[in-house]
Design a protein around this ligand. Structure first.
Ligand SMILES: CC(C)(COP(=O)(O)OP(=O)(O)OC[C@H]1O[C@@H](n2cnc3c(N)ncnc32)[C@H](O)[C@@H]1OP(=O)(O)O)[C@@H](O)C(=O)NCCC(=O)NCCS
Length: 149
C-alpha cells in the first residue's frame, strides 16, 4: 500500500537520510536539511507498506512554488511513485491558491524530464552550461506548470 504524508518534524530526519542516499551530485546536504525546516517549505514523502521510499520538496513564495528535489529509492522506481507525488503537490497547489510551479532539471535526466512532461509541465527556457557533473557541463531545462483559470 502506498501512502503520502507531509514532511514534518517526525519524519524530516528520515527524509534527509533518504535524500543523502539518492542524491548523486554532492549538493550541500546541510542546505537541504535547513531548507526543509523553513516555514515556506512544502514537502511530501511517500511510504510503501510503511517504509519511506520517496519525497518531493518545494519552496513556496506568494502564489508560486519551486520544486527543489524529488527522489525515489532505486528499488521502487518505475512504479508510478514519483507521478503520485508530483500529482499530490499539484493538488495541494490547486487547493491552496498556488497558481504557478517551476523547476530546473539537467538536460540529460531523461527520467525526470519524462516525469515532468507526463505531469503537465511545459519547457519554458534553457540555462546553458548550468550543471557541472562528473567533469561535464550540461544545460538546465526550466519547466513550469500553471493552474488553469
Ligand atoms: C526521476 C525519478 C524521481 C522518477 O521516479 P519514478 O517513481 O521511477 O517515476 P514514475 O514511475 O512515477 O514514472 C512516471 C513517468 O516518468 C517517466 N520516467 C520515469 N522513469 C523513467 C526512466 N528511467 N526513463 C524514461 N522515463 C521515465 C515516464 O514517463 C513515467 O511514466 P510511465 O511509467 O507511464 O512511462 C527517479 O528516477 C529518481 O529518483 N531519480 C533520481 C533523482 C532525480 O533525478 N530527481 C530529479 C531531480 S530534477
Amino acid at each position: 500500500m502506498f501512502e503520502i504524508k507531509k514532511i514534518n518534524g517526525q519524519n524530516i530526519e528520515a527524509v534527509f537520510k533518504l535524500y543523502q542516499k539518492i542524491n548523486l551530485y554532492n549538493k550541500s546536504s546541510v542546505t537541504f536539511l535547513e531548507t526543509m525546516k523553513k516555514p515556506y517549505h512544502i514537502g511530501f514523502c511517500g511510504y510503501m507498506n510503511n517504509t519511506l521510499v520517496s519525497f518531493i520538496s518545494s519552496i513556496h513564495v506568494l502564489d508560486e512554488i519551486d520544486i527543489i528535489e524529488i527522489g525515489v529509492i532505486k528499488e521502487q522506481r518505475r512504479q508510478g511513485v514519483a507521478y503520485k507525488l508530483v500529482s499530490h503537490l499539484q493538488k495541494h497547489c490547486i487547493k491552496n491558491g498556488i497558481r504557478k510551479t517551476f523547476l530546473c532539471v539537467a538536460e540529460n535526466n531523461i527520467a525526470a524530464i519524462s516525469l515532468y512532461e507526463k505531469t503537465g509541465f511545459n519547457k519554458i527556457g534553457i540555462r546553458k552550461n548550468y550543471y557541472f557533473r562528473d567533469g561535464f557541463l550540461s544545460d538546465s531545462y526550466e519547466y513550469s506548470w500553471k493552474v488553469k483559470s
